[in-house]
Design a binder for this molecule. Structure first.
Ligand code: PEP
Ligand code: MN
Length: 339
């Protein structure tokens, strides 16, 4: 951290900064120039209180030199990390398409969905048993029973399951039901207690971007999980709030190259919650793969019109199959594959 003092700074003000740094367990390197005095703080700046220094008299500006996130940063780990989900690799050459319904509904619905996910060539399946709905009066998910239905349907096709955890009190139940990948939804990206709890286990976590979160806030949320010891984190961009009303959210494709530069962890895209309409999903999926995403999280329902949640954005089994074919072509052009 570099502390830039105001011009005509008093010696006592410089001494006060040195004293404050000392109290924070940091060293100080004072460099007196003709116009300005600059103080270099020596020590782990991530533990430093920037605001407390900025508030001192005579301080003009405080500049961080390190990234505030450590474990998840590319700075700390140059190679791409590959997350292993029961032998299926996320983050390597192979792009993974995770598909399935928005919500677990019934056993026949899940059986049929699992069959279509596998037939399309997808290697992982999604489905929410607990749903974060905007209205308390709409369907909230079938609950624990849904985890059983999901496992039963997916295991027939050896598909690892991805499902959302909303409440920290359900974590043990998720572990008992052998959930393969825990999804943290957009509304919980900054639920720090939840992040800390999934940080204490080793189950891979898909961390969705908060709908109004900056990339830096998102990276810090991932750091919460990593700091607890769980480094199996997958970033998922699902569209951010914008002024536009034509679609549900604005897919931030730019976040893909930015994250690829800032972190070694895999990045996937959810085109379904971004566009909010099934007809937008193929275009957004193609863009995501072309831009370097390591995977997609797509909503597919055996009969979309009958879906209990997000009916408008679910692909049919046939549409998923067709899309997989298109994505294979794009993957090949950029030197990747779909497995
Ligand atoms: C979902 O994936 O079903 C979901 C609720 O997504 P998000 O948290 O991105 O809204
Ligand atoms: Mn949904």
């Amino acid at each position: 951290m570099i502390i830039i003092m105001k011009s005509h700074v008093a010696d006592s003000e410089i001494a006060a900064v040195e004293k404050k740094l000392q109290a924070m367990g940091m060293g100080a390197n004072v460099s007196r120039g003709i116009e300005r005095t600059v103080i270099g703080a020596i020590g782990d700046e991530r533990k430093m209180d920037k605001e407390a220094l900025e508030a001192l008299p005579g301080v003009e500006n405080v500049v961080r030199v390190m990234k505030p996130y450590k474990i998840v940063s590319r700075e700390s780990h140059a190679e791409d990390s590959i997350i292993d989900v029961r032998g299926i690799k996320i983050g390597g050459k192979t792009i993974q398409i995770i598909a399935g319904p928005c919500s677990v509904e019934t056993q026949p619905q899940m059986d049929s969905a699992a069959q279509s996910v596998a037939a399309a060539g997808c290697r992982l399946m999604r489905g929410g048993a607990f749903k974060p709905r905007s209205s308390p009066y709409t369907f909230q998910g079938v609950g624990v029973e849904g985890l059983d239905m999901f496992q039963k349907a997916a295991s027939k096709h050896k598909l690892p399951i991805v499902t959302e955890l909303m409440d920290v009190r359900m974590l043990d139940t998720f572990l008992e039901h052998k959930v393969d990948v825990i999804q943290i939804g957009t509304r919980n990206m900054q639920n720090f207690d939840l992040l800390k709890e999934v940080g204490r286990i080793q189950t891979p976590v898909i961390l969705k971007r908060g709908m109004s979160a900056t990339i830096s806030e998102w990276l810090m949320a991932a750091e919460y999980i990593a700091a607890g010891g769980n480094h199996n984190i997958i970033f998922c961009e699902r569209g951010v709030r914008s002024f536009e009303t034509y679609y549900r959210n604005m897919l931030d494709v730019t976040a893909i190259p930015v994250l690829k530069r800032e972190t070694h962890l895999p990045v996937i895209i959810d085109p379904s919650h971004a566009g909010g309409k099934a007809w937008m999903v193929p275009a957004l999926s193609r863009a995501a793969i072309a831009a370097g995403a390591d995977g997609l999280l797509i909503e597919m329902h055996p009969t979309p019109a009958e879906a209990w949640c997000d009916a408008d954005q679910a692909l049919t089994p046939q549409e998923l199959m067709t899309l997989m074919g298109e994505l294979r072509g794009i993957a090949q052009v950029i030197g990747r594959d779909l497995g």
